[in-house]
Design a protein around this ligand. Structure first.
Ligand SMILES: Cc1cc2nc3c(=O)[nH]c(=O)nc-3n(C[C@H](O)[C@H](O)[C@H](O)COP(=O)(O)O)c2cc1C
Length: 177
């Protein structure tokens, strides 16, 4: 059972740079793509920058609706994640093809992926760099996580199909909250 995550803590989910599943929806059709080019831009409201190539179906939906969900998968979803990154939504229903469950969001008309341990409901906050870099600034409106997942085994892309899995955690004095 997921509980709401305080918006001020969203940064801690994205800072390590896991590969995400970006969900979008347009004209009643939901879609997914793998997304690794993202970065935190501010704490609260949480702002996240991401590059969604105009060559992807997801770009058209995100651009038209201004809404998406950033879903954070763990290692068990690795094949589904890569599948969503290797196929296009105009040809494949990715939720069905990769066995993922679409559940309604609360703040956006885009489904969340139930199997992901965290889901961030977002709207486009700034489009200034879309024309030049396909770079969208997203504001996280509502965030969800599974509190039972203490040390998420997220996937981190190292290029050419190689992924590192998050593992050992250490605690050090850090000036960054
Ligand atoms: C590990 C991985 C990371 C990816 N990261 C991004 C990304 O950050 N931005 C992007 O535009 N495409 C990225 N892609 C490619 C898209 O996921 C891919 O083009 C996908 O087929 C787009 O689906 P769509 O056409 O249904 O939107 C990535 C693919 C993989 C496998």
């Amino acid at each position: 059972m997921k509980t709401e995550l305080p918006l001020a803590e969203v940064y801690a989910i994205l800072e390590p740079g896991p590969v995400l599943l970006l969900s979008t929806a347009q004209a009643g059709r939901a879609n997914l793509m793998a997304l690794s080019w993202h970065c935190m831009l501010d704490f609260e409201p949480p702002l996240v920058g991401c590059v969604v190539s105009a060559a992807n179906c997801s770009f058209a939906a995100l651009d038209a609706t201004g809404e998406c969900v950033l879903n954070v998968p763990e290692a068990g979803l690795a094949r589904a994640l890569v599948g969503c990154g290797n196929t296009h939504g105009d040809a494949v229903d990715k939720f069905a093809a990769f066995g993922l469950s679409a559940v309604p969001s609360t703040r956006v008309a885009v489904p969340r992926v139930e199997e992901c341990y965290a889901n961030l409901e977002c709207r486009v906050a700034d489009r200034q760099l879309v024309g030049r870099y396909d770079f969208f600034v997203l504001e996280v409106l509502r965030a969800w996580h599974d509190p039972a997942v203490i040390a998420p085994r997220t996937l981190h892309h190292r290029g050419y199909g190689r992924f590192m899995l998050a593992g050992e955690e250490i605690l050090l004095g850090s000036a960054m909250r």
